[in-house]
Design a protein around this ligand. Structure first.
Ligand SMILES: C[S@@+](CC[C@H](N)C(=O)[O-])C[C@H]1O[C@@H](n2cnc3c(N)ncnc32)[C@H](O)[C@@H]1O
Length: 253
């Protein structure tokens, strides 16, 4: 049996009682921390769970799960801990599919996620369009898809959530300032007026923990220090008056 367990939005204290009950009874516990910039303290988590936790790298989980978490769960009750909610990452859907092909039963224990936490900004969750991720640009890789997704969402008045790239193995976590600069650089190339220094946006850091949320023009937020990761960037679409009222409470100029 394989349990996929969400650790929740911020740190080890976001784990649910249901998850702790399951963890009390499993024989083997794995965790991955590469799908989000988690603030979980492994030692505290191990104390809470009362068991040793084996941390898996991206390569362990995506390329060789049959050698670790799937191997154990074919023989004994096993848990895989993930940041946020396990179902908000395609990697975990892949693990469930692989488990089922091997005849391993699976169960999901949900956790709080960035997908609901963004509603703390006052933007209504059902008015978000397609989410997009901003990757760290490489010399030969400067994707413009985040800009294109923003354009399409704006056409229908929908809000856009930008998830920011992380490379935990290199201790690199994209800041909202980096994200803004990347989008401005795409704007310079495309010149469609989709994301300029006058665009109003929302930046948020450490939601669920010591969070900070600011709303304002890109030019006013681009140098603001949001502190430690994780960060997200949101460009609102058409606003309802209640959303406008909430955004005013985060105004920064
Ligand atoms: C792939 S998503 C995380 C998905 C995770 N499974 C979940 O359900 O929350 C990772 C990105 O979400 C954003 N994020 C996650 N937690 C956050 C938080 N507490 N505050 C701000 N942004 C956060 C960051 O941009 C981070 O790089």
């Amino acid at each position: 049996m394989l349990y996929l367990i969400g650790l929740g939005i911020y740190d080890e204290r976001d784990i649910t009682l249901r998850a702790l009950e399951v963890l009390r009874d499993v024989e083997s516990v794995y965790a991955e921390f590469y799908t989000s910039a988690s603030n979980v303290n492994l030692k505290n988590l191990e104390e809470l769970v009362g068991k040793k936790i084996h941390v898996l790298s991206r390569c362990d989980l995506e390329e060789h799960p049959e050698g670790n978490v799937l191997k154990d769960s074919s023989k004994k009750e096993t848990a895989l801990l993930t940041p946020g909610d396990p179902m908000v990452a395609t990697t975990h859907v892949d693990i469930i599919l692989r488990a089922r092909k091997l005849g391993i039963k699976t169960r999901v224990i949900h956790g709080s996620s960035i997908y609901s936490a963004v509603a703390e900004t006052g933007l209504q969750i059902y008015k978000f369009g397609r989410t997009t991720s901003i990757p760290f640009p490489e010399k030969s890789y400067y994707p413009t898809s985040p800009y294109d997704v923003l354009r399409e969402n704006l056409k229908t008045g929908l809000h856009t959530l930008f998830l920011l790239d992380i490379k935990p193995e290199e201790s690199r976590f994209m800041s909202v300032n980096d994200a803004i600069r990347i989008l401005l650089r795409i704007e310079e190339k495309k010149k469609e007026g989709i994301f300029t220094e006058e665009t109003r946006c929302l930046s948020a850091a450490r939601l669920g923990g010591n969070s900070i949320i600011r709303y304002g023009r890109v030019r006013d937020l681009m140098d603001y220090d949001f502190g430690r990761p994780p960060h997200v960037l949101i460009v609102p679409g058409k606003l309802h008056f209640m959303e406008e009222e909430m955004l005013k409470t985060f105004a920064h100029s």
